[in-house]
Design a binder for this molecule. Structure first.
Ligand code: ADP
Length: 490
């Protein structure tokens, strides 16, 4: 009976041990099956003995295709030596961890792989095989390479490249940022970006932040920033939201270009234009007076030929004077020194003067004008006259001889709308968007022989803006243009 009981116990024990081992095997098999990493085992000859689903996903071979086959199938020819090396280390009983290498998928594609390789031992400690865990790090490698390239670009650019979080705390700072602003990365990372912003421009930062939080990028704004030693630098800023893969805004990147040199150059150019224009203005005024005097004398003498020649000369001085006025205004505008000299004056009287002048200056065009209703406006008379002269001379300049230029004024509610319509070359929709920019001129065949500087419409826009008005344009290429603006009646 005892003997039977002992045998029974032993059997039961064996049975339990078997069950436990089976359960453990099932658990390991489930882990191996569900792993994201390729888990492969092979014998000491390098023949594959197991191949999990992730191995199939990563390398493209099924378990049936690989089990019984040499592992060399997935090793690129130039890395065969590596495998021998690993085998030697394993035979010594070492484990090889996170070894980064390359393997070849069934498709022939090379994959970046991180390998952890361990010996499999039997009950007595002898090595009977090798287990290999392979992680596909291709994407990680690509991301690493990409960020290394980006880091190299960021380090080598002449622009300051700065990133900050949504609270405005600086999180990265490149070499050029150090050169431009004087702070080292150690000094400034973790500090607020407000350290770089002059007191009177703090508002600007809040409005930029609001735009960025709405997901918009802020391009090329010219502003000033503070350096470590308290100097102001002229910078052009491009600021973009940094988004995570789900599109959430997680930070802000800022590129600041030092434009001090450019600003100085602009300043020098402006000064030059201002000085030259000013120097030209005085002699031109006396030339005009002498021509007018001589004209008067010619008229008195009844010398028709001299009268004709002198009146042409006078017209040219008028054109030059208005050009010089434009140049002077351009430099005043750039320096923020353009001021309005407001007065209340009669609109029809001013328009008469402008139209009369145009009639003599553009004898080859019909100028059609119906006398404007007698109203007064409060504006800078000289500047509004400059706006009208510019629009009227453009209407003449950009339409063929013999066509009509119509000047009109229309009362709309409490304002007068003044328009200049021509039958000329017109403006394409694309050019209409840019026409009012400084120095912008349309670039096409018809414009080839028409000279100009592209500042007239810019000045028109700015002068009207200072009067609280805007310039409007309706035009179609080949059909002519209508430029108009409104001013309130006083
Ligand atoms: P400019 O006449 O010296 O070139 P403006 O600033 O006055 O400078 O005009 C800018 C550009 O707008 C011109 O070069 C021309 O291409 C276009 N433009 C202006 N007025 C007209 C018009 N009435 N018809 C067609 N194009 C025009």
């Amino acid at each position: 009976m005892h003997a039977f009981m002992d045998e029974f116990k032993e059997l039961n024990y064996e049975h339990n041990a078997l069950r436990l081992a089976e359960e453990r095997n099932a658990m390991f098999a489930a882990i191996v099956d569900s792993s994201d990493d390729a888990i492969i085992s092979k014998d000491l000859q390098g023949v594959v003995t197991s191949w999990n689903p992730a191995a199939k996903r990563i390398f493209g071979y099924t378990a049936e295709e690989m089990i019984g086959q040499p592992i060399l199938k997935i090793i690129p020819a130039d890395r065969l030596g590596e495998e021998i090396d690993i085998l030697t280390r394993l035979r010594r009983g070492d484990r090889v961890e996170h070894f980064e290498t390359r393997r070849m998928a069934k498709s022939g594609r090379l994959l970046d792989i991180s390998l952890t390789i361990s010996p499999i031992r039997d009950y007595f400690g002898g090595i009977i095989g090798i287990s290999k865990i392979a992680r596909d790090i291709t994407l990680l490698k690509q991301a690493e390479e990409k960020s290394a390239v980006l880091a190299a670009i960021v380090d080598s650019t002449d622009d300051a490249v700065i990133s900050k979080d949504l609270q405005g705390i600086i999180t990265s700072w490149n070499i050029s940022a150090e050169r431009i602003f004087g702070f080292t990365a150690q000094e400034i990372i973790g500090e607020s970006i407000l350290k770089l912003i002059p007191e009177d421009r703090k508002e600007e930062e809040y409005s930029i932040l609001a735009q960025l939080k709405a997901g918009r990028r802020v391009d090329h704004i010219e502003t000033k920033r503070l350096t470590k030693d308290g100097r102001l630098v002229d910078v052009s800023l491009t600021i973009s939201p940094v988004k995570d893969t789900k599109g959430n805004i997680i930070g802000i990147s800022k590129i600041a270009r030092d434009i001090t040199e450019k600003k100085l150059e602009e300043q020098r150019k402006n000064d030059f234009i201002a000085i030259v224009s000013h120097e030209l203005k005085t002699p031109l005024t006396s030339v005009r007076s002498y021509v007018q005097l001589a004209l008067l004398k010619a008229r008195q003498r009844g010398d028709l030929y001299t009268e004709k020649v002198l009146s042409r000369a006078e017209n040219q001085t008028v054109k030059m004077t208005s050009l010089i006025h434009d140049f002077l205004d351009l430099s005043r505008l750039d320096e923020g020194k353009m001021a309005l000299n407001l007065s209340r004056f009669s609109l029809p009287l001013l328009m008469n003067e402008i139209v009369d002048e145009a009639v003599t200056l553009a004898p080859l065009h019909q100028i059609s004008y119906q006398l404007c209703e007698e109203v007064h406006i409060l504006a800078d008379r000289e500047k509004i006259s400059q706006v009208m002269t510019n629009l009227l001379s453009n209407a003449v300049k950009y339409s063929p001889a013999g066509t009509t230029v119509t000047v009109s004024c229309l009362r709309v509610g409490n304002a007068m709308q003044i328009s200049f319509a021509d039958q000329g070359i017109g403006v394409s929709p694309a050019d209409q968007k840019r026409l009012f920019e400084r120095f912008y001129r349309v670039n096409n065949e018809q414009m080839k022989n028409v000279s100009g500087f592209g500042i007239g419409l810019y000045l028109v826009t700015e002068i009207l803006r200072m009067h609280g008005s805007v310039i409007e344009l309706q035009s179609q290429p080949g059909q002519g243009s209508v430029f108009s603006f409104s001013l309130p009646v006083q």
